[in-house]
Design a protein around this ligand. Structure first.
Ligand SMILES: *[C@@H]1O[C@H](CO)[C@@H](O)[C@H](O)[C@H]1NC(C)=O
Ligand SMILES: *[C@@H]1O[C@H](CO)[C@@H](O)[C@H](O)[C@H]1NC(C)=O
Ligand SMILES: *[C@@H]1O[C@H](CO)[C@@H](O)[C@H](O)[C@H]1NC(C)=O
Ligand SMILES: *[C@@H]1O[C@H](CO)[C@@H](O)[C@H](O)[C@H]1NC(C)=O
Ligand SMILES: *[C@@H]1O[C@H](CO)[C@@H](O)[C@H](O)[C@H]1NC(C)=O
Length: 614
């Protein structure tokens, strides 16, 4: 008691001066610049205050002080790294063909290269796009959907089409679907950038990143305007939850659920994302997982304070998702050997000193776009199965976008969970589910082609053509359409030849949609290369990356061995809904090599390794 009040007093009299940085450049703001920002009313949007860093402090939720040299780097509202220099026409307009003509409409390219229909992946489960989207949301955001639904709602009107912020998807007269509907335009906006907010005079458009660039479970330990949302109970190190029908949920309330039909009792998570069905599911599990960790830590350390438990549980939860991302998700997609060779993973279980103090956490602009390739393997229909894998029902995935209601009804989450690890993902590079291509945002928009928007965003973000990335990744020159045949099947090359005048015109996204899947991998090689490039930057730049022995509050070797048990199967057995059996690698389908096993056979974390020795 005594100690506490003295400490409290000490806190109040100590004055801590924050330092102000330019969000765009990461440099310190001088007093005269401060005045200029005040005068032109851009202070809040363009600059950020950072309280001085301590070398020994834990990871900050807002990402500041991750880099001690560049304290504001790693926070939200920052620019991305561009792997290759931007390609725009006239400074900030969409790139044109080599010959100077406008490229064909994104919708025409999408409908020509990707048919709509149902397909079945040979190896991957629907947990791949599911976890993929969840982990993407931790480091990257594309806020345009909210922007065109709430702010720029007139992009398809005559007036809107002249607005620089609008970039609607125009639909050709002979469109295979909309020739019958009369719809000629789908809403889409340009990414908001530092230029839009008047933060820089640099002419190259710099879209704004609104997520911290490290894998720190931003979806769970939410921050808003750089302040942690009070999702902590301040008791036993736990997060707030609500129990409903015996099921544990993050608290519901006034979240962003514009697509929820007005119906009593509909769930909408307050302070957590309601954007996409798999994101909602993983958010439920990782919130529960935090409390599961907290309860178990409290058991082995009965004297620990709320803070001690909370911070240790959070650190384990974040390490857990990092391990799962690299050693299970990425390793499944590109192969473990490939990850080791590229320096992203270790081939033993010990510590790995990955830190490069000259680097700072920053994802690439390319990463934000190419990640959208996973839309191709997203199922349109989520199967709902029982614990034996029998069909119970099904649910259209897009129906739950900005609408968590269905997840909260009855026992839906129990059956959706079984479906997640038992159902096949859609097949790569064959086509796309019609709901992804035409429905997109039901109850919110008449028609949305998510895949066409992916290609359009690729141009709005000013990415260079596909062949430049082939050169970057494999040092391979592509001069003619025939040169493409090494990487792209001949029939697709033939379609590309009709769509683009020159191979140097092909959009990166169009290349990824058609590229052959890599040997011993499940995704196209150029996608793998750019994914690895961005994630590697994150690992090297993250001072708090869990595999390092020299980080504040680092794990012991023994604790690290427990973190190595992280897997989707382990997560589902610990906190999933009535999961009793699961395959060891839940990203891969159940097979002879990957059989369904009892949860008892899935290694559990031994919390005794966190028991404090006297
Ligand atoms: C969009 O609209 C909301 C609500 O009116 C507003 O708070 C927000 O600042 C707007 N966003 C932009 C970027 O203009
Ligand atoms: C506002 O002032 C800052 C600091 O001098 C400057 O960098 C920025 O470009 C200015 N913005 C506008 C819209 O003039
Ligand atoms: C969500 O966050 C707000 C403030 O950011 C807080 O007042 C509210 O209590 C939180 N809601 C829940 C259910 O935790
Ligand atoms: C999708 O949502 C609509 C409107 O809420 C509803 O009428 C429909 O039954 C839902 N479909 C499926 C398959 O869940
Ligand atoms: C575009 O947005 C407007 C305003 O929200 C809406 O009325 C219109 O139906 C949308 N267009 C499509 C094709 O969904």
């Amino acid at each position: 008691m005594m100690l506490k009040s003295i400490f409290g007093l000490f806190c109040c009299v100590q004055v801590i001066y924050a330092v102000r940085y330019h969000r765009f450049s990461g440099e310190r703001v001088t007093p005269s610049e401060l005045e200029a920002y005040r005068a032109n009313n851009t202070l809040a949007k363009c600059t950020i205050d950072v309280t001085p860093c301590k070398k020994s402090e834990r990871r900050r939720l807002d990402g500041s002080c991750n880099s001690l040299k560049n304290p504001s780097r790693g926070t939200v509202t920052v620019p991305h790294h561009r792997v290759l220099p931007a390609a725009y026409y006239n400074g900030n307009q969409e790139r044109r063909s080599v010959s100077g003509k406008p490229l064909k409409l994104p919708r025409e390219i999408r409908t020509s290269l990707l048919c709509e229909g149902i397909s079945v992946n040979e190896h991957l489960t629907s947990a791949v796009p599911g976890f993929g989207i969840f982990s993407f949301g931790d480091v990257g955001t594309v806020h345009d959907i909210k922007f065109f639904m709430d702010n720029k709602t007139d992009c398809c009107t005559e007036k809107g089409q002249k607005d620089f912020l609008c970039a609607p998807n125009l639909i050709p007269e002979d469109d295979p679907v909309h020739r019958f509907s009369g719809i000629r335009c789908m809403n889409l906006t340009r990414p908001l950038d530092f230029q839009y907010f008047g933060c820089t005079k640099d002419p190259v458009p710099a879209p704004i990143e609104e997520a911290t660039a490290v894998y720190d479970l931003s979806a769970i330990y939410i921050i808003e305007d750089n302040v942690g949302v009070p999702v902590r109970t301040n008791k036993g190190g736990e997060l707030f939850v609500e129990v409903d029908n015996g099921i544990v949920w993050p608290p519901s309330g006034k979240g962003y659920c514009p697509a929820t039909p007005a119906k009593a009792g509909q769930k909408c998570f307050e302070n957590y994302s309601n954007a996409l069905l798999p994101v909602q599911m993983f958010a439920v599990w990782f919130v529960r997982h935090h409390n599961y960790l907290a309860k178990n830590l409290a058991k082995v350390n009965p004297t620990w304070t709320d803070d001690q438990i909370y911070f240790t549980a959070r650190d384990i939860n974040i390490a857990y998702v990092q391990e799962m991302l690299v050693y299970q998700f990425l390793a499944t997609l590109v192969g473990k050997d490939d990850l080791v060779k590229s320096g992203l993973a270790s081939d033993d279980t010990g510590f790995r000193e990955t830190y490069d103090p000259s680097a700072y956490p920053q994802i690439t602009l390319e990463f934000v776009i190419i990640y959208r390739w996973f839309h191709l393997i997203q199922n349109g229909v989520a199967k709902m199965l029982d614990g034996e894998g029998n069909y119970v029902s099904e649910h259209r995935v897009v129906n739950s976008t900005f609408n968590a209601g269905f997840l909260g009804e009855d026992d839906n989450i129990v059956y959706l969970t079984q479906g997640l690890f038992r159902q096949e993902a859609a097949k790569a590079n064959t086509g796309v589910h019609p709901d992804m291509a035409e429905l997109g945002l039901p109850n919110l928009q008449l028609a949305t082609d998510i895949i066409t928007s992916d290609l359009h965003k690729n141009r709005l973000f000013g990415l260079r053509p596909y062949v430049d990335y082939v050169k970057f990744c494999f040092d391979e020159d592509v001069e003619t359409f025939d040169d493409l045949k090494k990487r792209i099947p001949a029939d697709k090359v033939s379609i590309l030849r009709d769509l683009y005048e020159d191979p140097k015109d092909i959009d990166l996204m169009a290349g990824l949609w058609t590229e052959k899947i890599a040997k011993n991998a499940h995704i196209p090689p150029t996608l793998g290369c750019l994914l690895k490039d961005s994630i590697h930057r994150t690992i090297k730049g993250d001072r708090h990356w869990y595999e390092r022995s020299k980080r504040p509050h680092a794990f012991t070797y023994d604790q690290l061995q427990e973190i190595r048990k992280a897997s989707l199967a382990n997560l589902l057995c610990a906190v999933g809904d009535k999961v009793e059996k699961v395959q060891k690698n839940a990203f891969l389908q159940i097979s002879k090599k990957n059989p369904l096993v009892s949860c008892k056979e899935i290694p559990k974390i031994n919390f005794k390794k966190w028991a404090q020795k006297c």
